[in-house]
Design a protein around this ligand. Structure first.
Ligand SMILES: [Ca+2]
Ligand SMILES: [Ca+2]
Ligand SMILES: [Ca+2]
Length: 376
């Protein structure tokens, strides 16, 4: 090789190494953070209600927590912990906002009493964070203070605004199809995307997948990104079910699912009307709760910033999709999942898929009766 070619090769290698290191540096949910988590003290957590402002200060409080997942800011001030409890059965989008602030308080929404469960957007919550499409339950809202060791207390007024997100059409009175993965694999099959299988599988999953699904029903078997445990990094794959003939009135698609994915990874639902040749992403009521992180250049199957399910749903949750545009057509439904090059969690588990609506009127009574018999 000529000297110029050699130098160029070295430069390319160095650039690649630098890019990989830069991606790793930005991640705080990796091994180091996992080792230091669990310091948040919720013993004296203050209950707070939607729409009722409260004033607060961290005067006299010690700092147990310095870092929250996904945010590199030093939070060396003492922290005040609030709890917010939201009733079921629907999901919620809520925003915690600080006003009248002095001495730089910051806010974080956590899905548990654990600083590693930051679910707010933006991840570094200066004066506000929003949590989108979260299930009923108790959330922890923490006000901390920026700085290595602040000497002057912070003060604030905290207000939480909450919106209950109602499904557009679920639950529906009439069912066109009901695929319960507790009962059978329902003919699912794998579709390659990205660099290789996750692998999606059907059966009783190993590891920590909730054993109670939507509506309180028990969960034994699921369709899941990896039966054996966490999904692998740098892999992507879709699981496909169908075809479904969407008779008049079959306008709603409901899934009951559990997901625990790094926010650099993600999964979303797509529909094909040409037997899998092309796919169109469909969005759940209120939109997807997350996007693939914009810097996740190594993401498989999905693309950086693409809307998806990611983060931790903590329980099985119901998501509803309006599929009115596909009424009258025959469709496949695909669960597309992709991971980036580092950090993985338990994955994406599907308990059931239902298609239904109101005033179902089959094109031909006889064939509709046959289909109903199959799914009773
Ligand atoms: Ca602190
Ligand atoms: Ca601040
Ligand atoms: Ca990842």
């Amino acid at each position: 090789m000529r000297l110029g070619t050699i130098l160029l090769s070295i430069l390319l290698v160095l650039t690649t190494v630098t890019m990989v290191v830069a991606e790793e540096k930005e991640k705080l949910t990796g091994p180091d953070f996992e080792q230091t988590r669990g310091l948040l003290n919720c013993t004296n957590a203050i209950p707070i209600q939607c729409g009722v402002p409260v004033t607060g200060t961290n005067a006299g409080l010690t700092s147990n927590v310095m870092l929250y997942s996904g945010c590199a800011w030093n939070e060396g001030g003492g922290e005040v912990v609030y709890t917010l409890t939201l009733p079921g059965p629907n999901v919620w989008t809520f925003t915690a906002t600080l006003t009248n602030v002095t001495n730089d308080p910051d806010i974080f929404i956590l899905s548990a009493c654990d600083e590693a469960t930051n679910i707010g957007s933006p991840l570094c919550g200066n004066t506000y964070q929003t949590a989108s499409l979260k299930p009923a339950g108790t959330y922890y809202i923490v006000v901390d203070q920026y700085g290595s060791a602040p000497t002057t207390p912070a003060t604030w007024t905290l207000t939480v605004t909450c919106t209950e997100v109602l499904p557009p059409c679920c639950p529906f009175p009439e069912t066109c199809y009901f695929l319960d993965f507790n009962e059978s694999p329902n003919g699912w099959y794998s579709l390659a995307c990205g660099s290789g299988p996750v692998p999606w599988g059907w059966g009783a999953p190993a590891g920590s997948v909730p054993t109670v699904a939507c509506d309180g029903v028990p969960r034994t078997n699921v369709l899941i990104t990896n039966l054996a445990g966490n999904y692998p990094v740098s892999k992507g794959e879709a699981a496909v079910v169908g075809p479904f003939q969407l008779y008049s009135g079959c306008r709603c698609l409901e899934i009951c699912h559990y997901y625990y994915m790094e926010t650099w990874d993600g999964g979303n639902v797509r529909i094909s009307t040409d037997n899998g040749a092309t796919w169109t992403r469909i969005a759940p009521a209120g939109g997807y709760p997350g996007v693939v992180y914009s810097g996740a250049t190594s993401i498989q199957c999905l693309t950086p910033s693409e809307p998806c399910f990611n983060g931790n749903s903590t329980t099985f949750v119901r998501s509803c999709f309006d599929i009115t545009p596909y009424e009258g057509q025959t469709v496949l439904v695909g669960f597309f999942f992709g991971a980036d090059s580092s950090v993985s969690y338990r994955g994406w588990a599907i308990k059931w898929l239902k298609i239904g609506g109101i005033d179902i009127s089959p094109v031909e009574g006889k064939s509709w009766g046959a289909i109903k018999a199959l799914y009773q």
